[in-house]
Ligand binder design. Structure first.
Ligand code: NAD
Length: 483
């Protein structure tokens, strides 16, 4: 029987009060790796109480010492880098290279958090009135929590937790029940880091644990990353319960290729952006808009290159694309491909029904390209979250921008061009939070906020960068006169 995952609360591993457990399945081999508990309100409550007690001591820990914990955390994570990457592959299905990239990005967030002594510093004015000085102090707020998705099981929690605790808050992570083991290893590392008990807590589970996080009065703020329908629920529930919230939702990212683009370089870039992590990236290139003559060329080159990608088990270093996360995801993606065809799209490359030798039951979907897609088709408007590119035509730049801006999502958009003017207009006009210019995956580094607009983001302060410091602190204004 598979082992049952535990929660980590108050500095120790504890059994969940769950009565239900769900198998965690390696999507390539179908091996059951563990069973994840459906933790309850009682488990979240226990974690909140531990985090509340820890907060009083932790906020008084000198900020330089809190920063030192980040340096040690980085060293410990580096020490288990390959193991952390392997587990991402095994529970998520992506390739080893992609998993290493993910873990590396997580480490960059630890680097960012280590600079809190600079980032939390504030300002002041002498003699705002005669003999009166006014200053602001930045203070931690209390207990924060993250509810995170399956597609970056290591990196996404790292966007939030290191900065939150370095600012002096205490923390609870509720990972995706599809990929909970990455956080189990991270918490083994955090245990070794020897933070005061209760500073960091892990509650495994699904919807019930999420709801408890959103409703518990002891939690001051929630960072959510996941699909748009759930992001809306999280935003509404948290605001109703008086919490700070940042909810990063789903996406449908458009890539515009101008006729003056360097086609060879653009296609290489788009290939990675579309099929990296089997398209299960909130920054995946989902729709490619070929402007004028660019359409035919991009179609020809993409079909040729995508068709020769080596799909296989992520732990085999030769694999260039792994599985999608589950059988349910495979079924949803293949159904959406069929819906696109029924609505009139043409099939230029079909990844359905792919079988890989030795992994016959693995949930593989091969690279897929749908051509002649038009803006109203479901494959242009809905997030597929799989290795599927929808190709669309536009006569000119203005039409391409119109197409991009019709989308209800606004996570990312990219343009490939050699024209500075077109690039400038694209940056100016496009309604998306992360813009790429000759870059397929417009992923902000840890010191910049992770943008997102329209149905891709609900909240005010984004994840990462200076926004994160605002989110995890409160400013207090001090006005002083000494007689
Ligand atoms: P999901 O919305 O199904 O789940 C995300 C988290 O919410 C999980 O922890 C899950 O347990 C919890 N959850 C699910 N249903 C819930 C409900 N009804 N009530 C409360 N909690 C619930 O997302 P996913 O399938 O794990 O991840 C893929 C999605 O995440 C995609 O839509 C992708 O675009 C998005 N994503 C967005 C970003 C971003 O930065 N905008 C980054 C990564 C992924």
């Amino acid at each position: 029987m598979a082992r049952k995952l535990k929660n980590y609360i108050g500095g120790e591993w504890v059994d969940s009060s769950a009565t239900e457990y769900t198998p965690v399945v390696n999507p390539a081999t179908c091996e059951v790796m563990a069973e994840v508990p459906e933790s309850t309100y009682a488990d979240v409550d226990k974690a909140v109480k531990a985090a509340q007690v820890a907060f009083e001591e932790w906020r008084q820990t000198p900020i330089l010492s809190r920063a030192q914990y980040m340096y040690r955390l980085k060293t410990l994570v580096e020490g288990r880098f390959e193991e952390l990457s392997r587990i991402v592959v095994q529970e998520n299905g992506k390739t080893m290279d992609e998993a290493r990239g993910e873990v590396r990005r997580g480490i960059e967030s630890i680097d960012f958090a280590a600079s809190v002594p600079v980032l939390m510093r504030n300002d002041g004015l002498e003699d705002i009135s005669s003999g009166i000085d006014e200053t602001t102090l930045r203070q931690p707020v209390g207990v924060f929590a993250a509810i995170t998705p399956f597609n970056f099981p290591n990196m996404v929690p790292m966007w939030f937790m290191p900065t939150a605790i370095a600012c002096g808050n205490t923390y609870i992570i509720k990972p995706s029940p599809q990929t909970p083991i990455s956080m189990e290893i991270l918490f083994e590392i955090l245990h070794e880091l020897d933070l005061p008990e209760g500073v960091v807590n892990l509650v495994q589970g699904g919807k019930e644990a999420s709801m408890a996080v959103m409703e518990h009065p002891g939690i001051a703020g929630v960072s959510f990353v996941g699909s748009t329908p759930v992001a809306k629920i999280v935003y509404e529930t948290c605001t109703r319960n008086g919490k700070r919230v940042q909810a990063q939702g789903g996406a449908k990212n458009y890539v515009v290729v101008m006729p003056d683009a360097n086609m060879e370089a653009s296609v290489s870039n788009i290939l990675g952006a579309a099929y990296g992590c089997a398209g299960q990236r909130c920054l995946a290139a989902a729709v490619v808009v070929g402007v004028g003559d660019a359409y035919d060329e991009i179609q020809r080159r993409l079909v040729e290159r995508a068709g020769s990608l080596r799909v296989g088990y992520g732990l085999e270093e030769t694999s260039q694309m792994g599985t999608v996360v589950s059988g349910a995801a495979k079924e949803r993606i293949e159904t959406m491909i069929q819906a696109g065809l029924d609505e009139g799209a043409k099939l230029s490359l079909d990844g359905r029904g792919l079988k890989i030798n030795g992994f016959e039951n693995g949930t593989f979907v091969g690279p897929t390209i749908l051509s002649d897609v038009t803006p109203e088709m479901s494959v242009a408007t809905q997030e597929i979250f799989g290795p599927v590119v929808s190709l669309m035509r536009a006569d000119d730049f203005e039409e391409a921008v119109d197409i991009v801006n019709q989308s209800k999502f606004g996570n990312a958009a990219s343009i490939f061009t050699s024209s500075g003017k077109a690039a400038r207009e694209f940056k100016y006009q496009v309604k998306a939070g992360n813009i790429g210019v000759n870059i397929g995956v417009a992923a902000p580094s840890a010191s910049f906020p992770f943008g997102g607009q329209k149905d891709s983001f609900f909240g005010d302060l984004h994840g990462q960068g200076p926004d994160a410091i605002e989110f995890f602190t409160d400013r207090k204004v001090i006005i002083e006169r000494w007689l």
